[in-house]
Design a protein around this ligand. Structure first.
Ligand SMILES: NC(=O)C1=CN([C@@H]2O[C@H](COP(=O)(O)OP(=O)(O)OC[C@H]3O[C@@H](n4cnc5c(N)ncnc54)[C@H](O)[C@@H]3O)[C@@H](O)[C@H]2O)[C@H](O)CC1
Ligand SMILES: [K+]
Length: 510
């Protein structure tokens, strides 16, 4: 499943029409058919449905939807919002088809007062005002109508995208329909995953309107959705004759006097996610508090200063060659200078850099561009850490989540896991994967440490790095979703996620 910009969707449509030979009329009919097929089970014959039609092809979809609903006996009022003569091309063709069936159209331009009354009295609004063709700031009469719809607090269902939003941008101050559900056509658009606009989408559904795979392959968008099906098919298997060394020897480096919990969580998650052996490297001074909490890992206690492991101890006292993969950073501390590149450069396995590890990395980026690692490096920044790494503000990172992480991944040859609602995984070649699991309970200290542990464990058990990371991100979100079945959203702790791993992983087995 691809994730596309408005421009890519236009190219895909063009290819489908010009090269495959499917007409726009057919695609529009398919869009309306698919929309109605999915919607009818949640509608009742007593619903009063208002279909709002704009000037472009999104409005054309609206005419198909209105016709099909009327033919099935639903009560539908169809409102054309711009002057009717603005409706052209394929949308006009479907308007005529609708009219030829004997169905009536109301015009907002001549019936504003009646529109307000009907909006007040309806139970469902179908938003077919504007789709991916919108440019620049929203013009009248759309601004007024959208504000009115948002105030009316009806069940609102948007066609393709909530009208007013741009397909590829985050929304910001834009006025847009606040939908309860959005039925997007064939492939989700970027703005479905970029806040604040993503909040306008409501529940996102993806409709198959029969655009062939070939059209997508020709345009080849580099973004994909992480799907449950793919995760299920690629989760690590454990063979009967395997021994613990073959399930991956993991090294977790982190912790400081003020942060003993972070490496504890990473280690716990790494064990629960299947690593065969885990060694936790922490400063001597927290050895009792951490080792008491983890039964199954072994430890290396390093010399510390000001409660943190020293640069010298990190570089000289760890037998890196004994391990298959590393996670460095959780609770590592920032008080004294450390360097991540020399630790990892000669290491032959995958390495995950998180939290304070990213802080130290941000001070030595020249090293990473001069000497990229041969083995996979995975960084797991939240937007604040991404801002630190790129020199952008957090707002800029949030607005340009896809671009920002891709630019960084390409420049430094690393995998980037940009965390947040809809975490984006980017490969060093620039392919991107968007995650849709998880919820706001993860906005709590420690949840990132758990993710790092799962990523490390999966890296040691999967045959491809991208699958390992995508599956870890997906399962981590799923843990939070599972927790909400029994816990309130504000009271899920990071350690609860680790306890939920066995049940969630089991539910993914065939
Ligand atoms: N994806 C597909 O395969 C299919 C998509 N369909 C639908 O088509 C729309 C895109 O249609 P398009 O005609 O390009 O654009 P819109 O309907 O979004 O609107 C264009 C319309 O809006 C006016 N306009 C532009 N900018 C503004 C603005 N800032 N303020 C007000 N008005 C604006 C412009 O003048 C045009 O008149 C897609 O989303 C799908 O819903 C096909 O139906 C099936 C195939
Ligand atoms: K719309």
């Amino acid at each position: 499943m691809y994730v596309v910009t408005g421009e890519e969707m236009r190219q895909i449509d063009r290819y489908t029409m010009d090269q495959i030979g499917m007409s726009e009329e057919l695609l529009m009919e398919n869009a309306g058919q698919a929309f109605v097929r999915h919607l009818v089970s949640s509608l009742s014959q007593s619903d009063d449905i208002l279909v709002l039609i704009g000037a472009g092809n999104n409005g054309g979809d609206g005419f198909v939807i209105a016709r099909l609903l009327l033919e099935q006996g639903f009560k539908v009022k169809t409102w054309v919002i711009p002057p009717e003569e603005h409706i052209k091309g394929t949308a006009k063709l479907h308007m005529n088809l609708y009219r030829h069936c004997g169905h009536p159209v109301s015009n907002y331009q001549t019936g504003e007062a009646q529109f307000s009354d009907e909006l007040k009295d309806c139970s469902v609004v179908v938003d077919a005002l504007l789709g991916t063709g919108i440019k620049g700031s929203l013009r009248e009469p759309y601004v007024k109508v959208i504000e009115q719809v948002n105030k009316a607090r009806k069940r609102v269902i948007s066609v393709d995208i909530p009208s007013g939003l741009l397909a590829s941008e985050s929304g910001g101050e834009r006025i847009g329909i606040l939908a309860d559900e959005t039925y997007t056509l064939q492939a989700p658009k970027l703005s479905a995953f970029l806040y604040p606009g993503a909040g306008n989408y409501g529940e996102l559904h993806i409709l198959d309107i029969a655009i062939p795979k070939r059209s997508f392959e020709e345009v080849s968008p580099h973004r994909h959705l992480i799907t449950e099906k793919k995760v299920q098919a690629t989760l690590p298997q454990r063979l009967g004759h395997i021994h613990k060394g073959q399930a991956g020897r993991a090294l977790v480096i982190g912790g400081a006097d003020t942060m003993p919990g972070a490496p504890t969580l990473t280690t716990g998650a790494c064990l629960r996610a299947g690593a065969g052996l885990v060694t936790t490297v922490i400063p001597s001074r927290i050895k009792y508090s951490v080792s008491q909490k983890i039964t199954e890992s072994t430890f290396l206690f390093l010399k510390d200063r000001d409660g943190e492991m020293t640069k010298k101890a990190l570089e000289e006292d760890i037998p890196f060659e004994q391990f298959d993969g590393i996670a460095v950073g959780p609770g590592l501390g920032r008080k004294i200078a450390k360097s991540v590149h020399p630790l990892l450069y000669g290491f032959s396995g995958p390495a995950v850099i998180d939290a304070d590890g990213l802080f130290h990395m941000s001070k030595e980026l020249h090293l990473w561009s001069e000497k990229p690692r041969q083995s996979p490096t995975i960084i797991t920044p939240h937007p604040g850490e991404m801002a630190m790494l790129t020199g952008c503000t957090i707002e800029e990172v949030e607005k340009r989540r896809f671009q920002c992480s891709r630019e960084f991944a390409l420049k430094y040859g690393v995998y980037v896991v940009l965390k947040g609602p809809f975490t984006i995984v980017t490969t060093p070649k620039g392919d991107q994967w968007v995650n849709t699991t998880g919820n706001a309970s993860l906005a709590k200290g420690g949840s990132g440490d758990v993710l790092t542990g799962i990523i490390l464990a999966f890296l040691l058990q999967h045959s491809t790095v991208t699958d390992a990371i995508c599956n870890a991100v997906h399962i981590h979100g799923k843990l939070a979703d599972k927790m909400l079945e029994t816990h309130d959203i504000i009271s899920v702790n990071a350690s609860d996620l680790i306890l939920t791993l066995p049940e969630v992983l089991k539910s993914y087995r065939y």
